[in-house]
Design a protein around this ligand. Structure first.
Ligand code: SF4
Length: 331
């Protein structure tokens, strides 16, 4: 058995670049990497990242297009029906506002604009409304280069096909955690419901964006399950969030994660999904702190200017540390 202490990290690079999956044992050893071997793991992961993405970092901007009125009970979420967090509550933003926010995102260097609504799923008129806004974004010279991602909840095939026709590039629907841990973080829909939506997204010819949230009381086995599920589902874009313990949510009292653990999860996602986009997402500022730049050894993409209901670092500051760390903002 290969243990973390005897791990040949270069062999993981070669395996990953060959396209073959790490074994479950090797993946577990990545998560068990001791602090004294972190530099080796990061260097091995960086080689895979550089092979497929060079030193480029894609900047993404989120828009919370409908906030705080979700009937679901995801325990991590400040917008759920069981959250008492004092978040803004509003229905779907006007078309003009969505288009304006896309222009702001483009002006701040975004390559992807992610439109999110707090909902179990979209209504027909929501899709029509968003389709009109997306059509305008795709037709305007200042914003047409943006990749458009929508995160609208559970969707059937017809809804996904409508989004494809509207010009949507990616649909986000996170698995969040393992199948076995899922019922501990949500009771109003199932892991299988989420997988069904991802299959509908793929069947409609859209690219999938799906990842997880680290720090929700899961075990390392849960993280391994999630990582292998994302590979098996052939997910194109993998955001890794670190739980923001928002007061008023059921998970508000969970402890912060060890920054090294966060980095190891990112490395595992890259090594298992070498050609896919790995995105360091919500919570990076809080949980990774001064190690955020090391996350770019694995991740080729990140978010700026805040998250759905919580602030984050502004684009100018993030661009500065990206470049100081020897990476380049993708244009
Ligand atoms: S479905 Fe989305 S918005 Fe609704 S509670 Fe879950 S994570 Fe929050």
């Amino acid at each position: 058995m290969t243990t973390s202490n005897t791990m040949n990290y270069q062999s993981l690079t070669e395996l990953s670049l060959s396209g073959a999956a790490l074994s479950r044992e090797q993946a577990a050893a990545v998560l068990a990497t001791p602090a004294t071997h972190m530099d080796e793991l990061l260097a091995a992961t960086l080689q895979v990242r550089e092979q497929h993405y060079g030193r480029r970092v894609k900047i993404c901007v989120l828009l919370n297009a409908q906030s705080g009125i979700c009937p679901e009970d995801c325990h991590y979420c400040s917008q759920s029906k069981i959250s008492t967090a004092p978040v803004s509550k509003y229905k779907l933003l006007p078309e003009d506002t969505i288009v304006e926010r896309a222009h702001e995102a483009a002006a701040n260097g975004a390559r992807r604009f992610c439109i999110v609504i707090a909902a179990r799923g979209p209504r027909s008129k929501d899709i029509d409304h968003l389709s009109a806004a997306i059509g305008r974004i795709k037709q305007n010279k200042a914003t047409q280069h943006l990749e458009i991602c929508t995160s609208l909840g559970l969707m059937d095939l017809t809804q996904c096909q409508q989004l494809k026709a509207a010009g949507v590039d990616y649909v986000n629907h996170n698995l969040n955690t393992s199948e076995s841990h899922y019922e501990k973080i949500c009771s109003t829909h199932t892991y299988a419901d989420r997988v069904d939506t991802l299959h509908n997204v793929q069947a409609a010819g859209l690219k999938t964006c799906s990842g997880g949230i680290v720090g929700m009381g899961e075990t390392e086995e849960d993280i391994l399950d999630l990582a292998f599920s994302l590979r098996e589902l052939d997910i194109e874009s993998i955001p890794i969030n670190f739980l923001l313990t928002i007061p008023g949510t059921p998970l508000q009292s969970l402890a912060a994660i060890d920054p090294l653990h966060g980095l190891k999860v990112l490395c595992l996602m890259r090594l298992l999904n070498p050609t896919k986009e790995v995105r360091v997402a919500a919570g990076r500022e809080t949980h990774l702190g001064s190690r955020q730049a090391q996350a770019l050894c694995a991740a080729n993409s990140l978010f700026v200017d805040g998250y759905l209901t919580t602030p984050g670092d502004a684009s100018a500051a993030v661009k500065a540390w990206i470049e100081a760390a020897g990476f380049e903002v993708e244009v």
